[in-house]
Design a protein around this ligand. Structure first.
Ligand SMILES: [Zn+2]
Ligand SMILES: [Zn+2]
Length: 557
């Protein structure tokens, strides 16, 4: 779709809601994102201007299952924040809160169209201080979130608020902090130590961070969280509901590090998973050309949405060195990468501009799948092991394996990462909770599969039909792969009933499954169309009856 049309469409949709954000979209999305807004407040300490207030963030709801609830993420602190809603057309705008310097935001967003008063009252309530009018508010900046998709992007309006001393009592879940303390918590992570969230990083800390030195094409948006980890969603040939793959860029700007042999590779910059579609090769080439020449290219696995941009990277920097697992290298085409590469097993470390990254073998999604731990921030790049929302598929044709998947998940939990960076969707700030969710969902699915087997289902088709009865038959092919992986896993754990023959089951996984699936698919298709035809017939018949009635009434008048 031409970009100009996209912009027009979004301007119209914002005008409908009263918001007048002027969109600047990257060519990194074929669909412009819809946007919601948030207000984040930097409350300065009246007795020490270097300090600002942080609020302990609520963790996601527990699972009510001891097995999962025993894994607890450490406390996460961030700026107080609230949803910023549009003002209703009837609202009296003269009673709105006054924000000093708000005109500075007007080229992006007209704040007069938003209910600032409610959002400011909410953030004040979170910290336990007085009323909105007791505080001097000032607009600080407007930060647009990159389009991680699917769904809304969340843009943030940052304001500062000078609290009046001795008004209100600071709530228990609040504390004063400063930039130095936050940087130390983010960059010198201690086991189970307090964590600091992205609003602080994008707000008070942003000006002191390296992303200022990262040169990006103006059409792309980058999010740096935690400091040193740059995440750039770029349009890719990925599976729905996603439409982008996150390109991760490390460029610490320290090019004078001595080589140490304990590292498997050392460079001045690194990119992870250049998987954008060919339309975005120009942007990818610009990013690579702006990075130092001593570049490491790390690939988590071989899927197209993670390697499509490799040839562009190679053209832009023929000296770049590729780091991959050997099972992945075997699946990367010569057309994609023909220059230097190093295969790794997943126990090595890399040094990029003085920053350590630990490679972690994490099979499950494929048999060559790798994860990467940014040591100083303890943030974990998980490849396709997890995605921003929904569940990740395992690739049965590339060594995908459920036992490996469970083991890799526990390996990730043992690392107690501060943040999970998946390559599709947003970063996850509750890593253990998210990983437990994956374990729980997979176990629930496996229990249903075992029930199907115990209820005498013996063929792949019968188990899929039992387990995925409520799911669109279109998706049963994927479901079939999933069931095969779970049956393998059940077999591995000796959980299958004695009279279940794995060999016989496997003999039903190809032609038998497809013939049954095609028949089931057509039956549901015909059923649907028959019902649709019946409905249309009924509508047509009532139309004729109505006409007859009108005609008769008309004639009798
Ligand atoms: Zn993948
Ligand atoms: Zn992917």
């Amino acid at each position: 779709m031409p970009q100009r049309r996209c912009i027009k469409k979004v301007v119209q949709s914002h005008q409908k809601t009263g918001a007048t954000k002027i969109p600047i979209y990257g060519s990194n999305s074929s669909n412009p994102p819809m946007t919601t807004y948030k207000l984040a407040a930097i409350f300065r300490n009246p007795t020490n201007n270097d300090e600002f207030l942080l609020v302990k963030q609520n963790p996601p709801p527990k699972y009510n299952d001891q097995e999962y609830d025993s894994f607890v993420d450490s406390d996460l602190w961030d700026l107080p924040s609230a949803k910023l809603s549009s003002l209703s057309p009837e609202a009296d705008s003269s009673s709105q809160a006054v924000l000093k310097g708000e005109d500075a935001c007007s080229h992006k967003l007209n704040l007069r169209n938003f209910d600032l008063h409610s959002a400011l009252a909410e953030v004040l309530g979170q910290v336990g201080f007085g009323s909105v009018s007791d505080v001097e508010w000032e607009f600080l900046k407007f930060v647009e979130e990159p389009n991680f998709g699917p769904g809304f992007t969340i843009d943030t309006v940052y304001v500062t608020g000078d609290l009046v001393p001795n008004v209100g009592t600071l709530k228990d879940h609040c504390q004063w902090s400063c930039k130095e303390t936050c940087f130390s918590l983010l960059l010198q992570v201690k086991p189970d130590g307090d964590r600091v969230g992205p609003l602080v990083v994008n707000g008070p800390l942003k000006d002191s961070m390296q992303s200022e030195t990262l040169k990006l094409p103006p059409t792309l948006h980058c999010q740096e969280y935690p400091p040193g980890v740059n995440i750039i969603p770029m349009g890719s040939r990925t599976a729905k509901p996603y439409h982008t793959t996150n390109l991760i860029v490390f460029a610490p700007g320290n090019n004078h590090i001595k080589y140490e042999s304990k590292f498997v590779a050392q460079g001045d910059a690194m990119i992870v998973d250049p998987g954008c579609r060919s339309e975005f090769n120009k942007e990818l080439a610009e990013i690579v050309s702006a990075l130092p020449r001593k570049l490491i290219v790390f690939v988590t696995h071989h899927h197209r949405d993670h390697v499509d941009g490799l040839s562009t990277v190679q053209k832009s920097n023929p000296e770049a060195c590729l780091l991959v697992h050997e099972n992945t290298m075997g699946r990367i085409k010569k057309d994609d990468w023909s220059s230097g590469y190093t295969t790794v097993s997943g126990t090595e470390e890399i040094c990029i501009g003085g920053e350590r990254l630990r490679i972690i073998f994490a099979p499950g999604h494929t048999d060559g799948h790798l994860a990467l731990l940014h040591v100083s921030t303890n943030s974990l790049i998980v490849g396709d092991h997890c995605v921003g929302q929904g569940s990740a598929l395992l690739d049965i044709n590339s060594g995908g394996n459920m036992s490996d998947y469970f083991q890799s998940t526990y390996k990730f939990m043992d690392l107690s990462p501060n943040a999970l960076i998946s390559l599709h969707g947003r970063i996850n700030l509750w890593p253990k909770h998210m990983l437990c969710g994956y374990l729980k969902n997979r176990r629930n699915r496996e229990d249903t599969i075992l029930k199907a087997i115990e209820a005498s289902s013996r063929t792949l088709f019968d188990i899929v039909a039992y387990t995925y009865a409520d799911v669109d038959r279109n998706l049963w092919i994927h479901a079939g792969s999933n069931v095969r992986l779970h049956v393998d896993h059940l077999h591995h754990q000796n959980k299958l009933p004695k009279d279940f023959s794995v060999t016989k089951f496997q003999s039903t996984c190809t032609a038998h499954f497809f013939s049954k699936w095609i028949w089931a698919y057509f039956k549901s298709y015909i059923n649907f169309h028959f019902r649709a035809a019946m409905f249309l017939g009924a509508v047509a018949a009532s139309g004729v009856a109505m006409l007859y009635y009108i005609q008769n009434n008309h004639n009798s008048e």
